[in-house]
Design a protein around this ligand. Structure first.
Ligand SMILES: Cc1cc2nc3c(=O)[nH]c(=O)nc-3n(C[C@H](O)[C@H](O)[C@H](O)COP(=O)(O)OP(=O)(O)OC[C@H]3O[C@@H](n4cnc5c(N)ncnc54)[C@H](O)[C@@H]3O)c2cc1C
Length: 120
């Protein structure tokens, strides 16, 4: 992450505020759609991903949709509503496909350095 001083005038095609996972994801999608696009990401903290996106703050249970009880509430008749869990898991699977695509494209060089399967 480079720093901009107060006197520097910067021009970007897109500006993303905050260097969390949402800006990282949106920035990645924008670059995929238009590799020439210039993107400025502005973060108020010293490092990227220090707030909600910090690894310590993420159990990972919600990402797949499998282990969050609030995604599978019990209905008045005693059956379990699963539609939210299924929808979230479908999105998770698509995100993994996008990750695989990025590995094939060489965007992600060493997936084992940050993607680790753990038992749930
Ligand atoms: C304890 C905890 C556990 C979680 N567990 C899970 C989980 O298991 N599964 C799951 O899917 N999700 C989980 N989440 C939710 C997930 O972490 C968040 O939805 C996600 O990280 C949000 O990403 P973000 O980029 O929107 O926000 P953030 O990661 O918070 O990034 C926002 C960034 O914007 C910066 N910023 C704010 N204002 C400004 C400004 N004015 N100028 C410049 N920078 C600014 C902040 O400093 C921060 O770095 C958890 C969250 C928490 C807190």
């Amino acid at each position: 992450m480079s720093r901009a001083d107060d006197t520097q005038e910067l021009t970007f095609d897109a500006v993303l505020i905050g260097a969390g996972v949402m800006s990282a994801t949106l920035g990645t999608f924008l670059k995929e759609l238009d590799p020439q696009m210039s993107i400025g990401i502005f973060e108020r903290l010293e490092q990227a991903a220090e707030e909600s996106s910090a690894a310590l703050n993420n159990a990972g249970t919600g990402h797949s949709g499998f282990c969050e009880l609030n995604y599978t509430p019990e209905k008045p008749d005693g059956t379990i509503e699963t539609s939210a869990a299924v929808k979230i898991n479908e999105s998770f699977e698509i995100s993994k496909q996008f990750g695989s695509y990025q590995i094939k494209q060489g965007v992600i060089k060493d997936p084992s350095s940050f993607v680790v399967n753990v038992p749930t």
